[in-house]
Design a protein around this ligand. Sequence first.
Ligand code: MG
Length: 347
Amino acid sequence: MSEFTLSCPVPANDEETIKLAHGGGGRAMARLLDSVIRPGFRGASLELQHDGAVLDLAGATAFTTDSYVVKPLFFPGGDIGTLAINGTVNDLLMCGARPLYLSVGFILEEGLPFATLRRVVASMHDAALAAGVKLATGDTKVVDRGKADGLFVNTAGIGRVLTPTPIAPDQVRPGDAVILSGDIGRHGIAVMAARDGFGFETSIESDCAPLLGPVLGLLDAGIVPHCLRDLTRGGLASATVEIAEAVKLAIALDERAIAVCDEVSAACELLGFDPLHVANEGRFVAFVAAKDAKPAVEILRRHAVSANAAIIGEVREAPAGQVSCRGALGVARVVDMMSGEQLPRIC
Ligand code: MG
């Protein structure tokens, strides 16, 4: 795989917008790649001049993909580009894998300003650099005006599995501690507030971030979590219910240990949302053996992104497949996923 270098950059023209011809495989597409995509990913190990990247992989490998359709494209704390890199990086980390390579596929709508695409590409470059992943291959397509909302991104990622035993839902055992890496609900509220006409203001920023530090920190210390799950769409509720149902065990949470900042709490009250259902992009839960719980929390708290990590519950034998949450008054309620989607296009 050749290191990308651009010998003759085409001058940027911020007035220019995407046309159908930019996806046509001809000169116009070559110019889009030369003026926006390649310069934006400068230094990445990007193979756009060939049909694919050739990777040298050995041993257990994690492989994941995700598509990003967030609306609006830019929101406090991030944009569709940071989301597309961090989301896929974090899914690899949740498999106990060090993220190595990503692919990037763009669907661009006719009329999208080059300047918008340039901003997104710059965000992706910075996020990939921060997470230590290489952009190995990519693709760009253009669709007619009105057939996409500006731009959509798909990223796929490959990572090297670092642990001898799998980190997966079926490894969760009764007695495991449930650790939450930080306060919840920031991404969902930030995106909702950024949406035109949503009708409330908040200074909340998305928690969108790579989880490299905390996850590798645990593994480096010899703590192998039984399961890791990042809290994205559906929030803490969906993540824990999915795991409880998969392993047919109970998860008992303590609401007093689950951090929700004042602004997220206030927005949830206003909108009638349960913070447990609100989306995150830089938080995860770790299921660890009870003996590892305290050291794991200490390690997580050394990293800014997980500085408020806490034990929020435990895994029990019964009732199988059920998540409960004990509130401030000591009364436990059953936690369920939302039946539909709280807000579409949150990621
Ligand atoms: Mg995930």
